[in-house]
Ligand binder design. Structure first.
Ligand code: EPU
Length: 419
């Protein structure tokens, strides 16, 4: 992408459906034999990857614009090839539903990624607690319900850490289990609430999702349903930070404000005017001063907006300290921001940023999804034309980002052969 700096944004930006919600809802479709229709599904390469995985398992999928129909009647056991699962961590979401529905599942270990090691020990511990036999060998996780039993058995599970993926996996596995289960120290991210809401629409009996303890009354069968994916809080946050870094006035909608409380507070703290109005957020930004952030599980400041927020802080007045607590390798944007003239000292997972009056355009590359977004934001503010590479990462999680920003006044040119 070639991005003209010193841009100013105005008007409205539409927020797409949430990637991390849509991915898990697609996996949850395996829990029924009836048709499931998801609306507000973003067009992203991660969603295409998940579609391909479900097709390999015999599921029928039709897409019309933002709506996908999933007919899982033909679901059968396959050993998912590593090429399909590689790079798409969400592929592991299928293990819970497959186990609950077919009694067995074989999924490649997702492995680490650019931002860290990303273990799945908690997911596996949860499945074992529900009575599954789980074996990890040759890079594959094989899980099965042992003996003649057809259903998993309920269990009370206390997670060692509030992992989003583990909470989702255990939730999907336990809805069809025999008896009442509970998950303590559960992740409280909005994606968990979206999943529980859809499963309840399908006939599940889940209570407490969004809080630290979730209870699940097992049912023997789930129905199909039509479900609207919630708006993407991380995409929304990225556009709000884009407005802040370009010192612009912008409306971003739809947004569920409670999903972004920590982010809106930090934007206010650094000097932005924020108004929550008619299902959206209006932001107005002039002077920005440095504020400190520490990434935490929800409702804390989300790790997925750490890189974009750091881009903003490089242009602030004064000093800010940003601490990344969730992933061990999520500071790759630091060296790229430094190449644009940012003043950042990095010590392990803590970055100390002295705001500079101006960033200068440079060729930069995002090493993962959210650092690519940070590069786009920094480029919008910098002096000159920046070239941003690593668009394959960006396309995993941001639907037509250049079109959305250009409609709001940015000047971004994408060369189709790059990526
Ligand atoms: N963890 C463990 N053991 C486990 C599982 C997790 O120690 O068994 C640790 C991880 O190492 C990490 C922390 O717990 O330090 C959080 O991991 P979690 O399992 O909560 O994350 P995830 O489910 O793998 C989802 C999102 C991420 C987002 C995190 C945190 C999806 C597909 N991914 O990952 O999204 O950063 O929750 O909110 O839902 C992104 O969209 O850019 C992205 C990386």
């Amino acid at each position: 992408m070639e991005i003209q700096g010193k841009s100013s944004l105005s008007g409205n930006i539409r927020v797409s459906g949430a990637k991390n919600s849509a991915l898990v809802l697609m996996a949850a479709s395996l829990l029924t034999e009836e048709k499931l229709v998801l609306t507000n599904v973003p067009q992203l390469t991660d969603i295409s990857g998940m579609t391909e995985i479900l097709l390999t398992m015999g599921v029928q999928i039709d897409r019309h614009e933002d709506e996908i129909s999933i007919q899982p009647k033909g679901l059968h056991h396959v050993e998912l090839p590593y090429e399909l699962a590689h790079g798409l961590r969400a592929s592991f979401f299928c293990i819970g539903p497959l186990l609950a529905k077919l009694g067995k599942a074989t999924i490649p270990l997702p492995g680490g990624c650019q931002i860290g090691a990303r273990p799945v020990l908690e997911h596996i511990r949860g499945l074992k607690a529900l009575g599954a036999y789980v074996n990890v060998e040759h890079g594959l996780v094989s899980a099965a319900i042992p003996g003649q039993r057809r259903r998993l058995k309920a269990s009370d599970i206390v997670l060692d850490c509030p992992s989003v993926g583990a909470t989702e996996t255990i939730l999907m596995a336990s809805v069809l289990a025999e008896g009442n289960s509970s998950i303590e120290n559960a992740a409280q991210e909005p994606e968990i609430q979206d999943l529980a809401k859809m499963l309840n629409n399908m006939g599940a009996k889940i209570r407490g999702a969004g809080g630290p303890k979730i209870t699940i009354e097992g049912v023997s069968k789930l129905n199909g349903c039509k479900y609207d994916v919630m708006p993407d809080r991380i995409e929304a946050g990225t556009f709000l930070i884009a407005a802040a870094i370009t010192r612009s006035k912008l409306r971003v909608a739809p947004v569920i404000p409670e999903h972004l409380s920590a982010v809106l507070q930090k934007l206010r703290d650094c000097g932005c005017l924020i108004e929550i109005k008619n299902g959206g957020v209006e932001i107005q930004s002039n002077e920005i001063s440095g504020v400190d952030i520490t990434t935490q599980p929800f409702p804390g400041f989300p790790t997925d907006l750490q890189a974009p927020f750091m881009a903003l802080m490089t242009t602030a007045t004064g000093t800010s300290v940003i601490t990344e607590n969730m992933y061990e390798n999520r500071m790759q944007h630091v060296s790229e921001l430094q190449r644009m003239g940012a003043s950042i000292r990095l010590q392990r997972n803590t970055a100390v940023i002295e705001g500079v009056p101006e960033l200068s355009a440079a060729p930069v590359r995002g090493g993962d999804l959210r650092s690519s977004a940070a590069m786009v934001l920094a480029s919008l503010a910098a002096k000159g034309i920046s070239k941003v590479e690593g668009l394959n990462h960006l396309d995993r999680g941001y639907e037509v980002i250049e079109e959305k920003l250009n409609n709001a006044g940015a000047d971004i040119l994408r060369h189709q052969h790059q990526g």
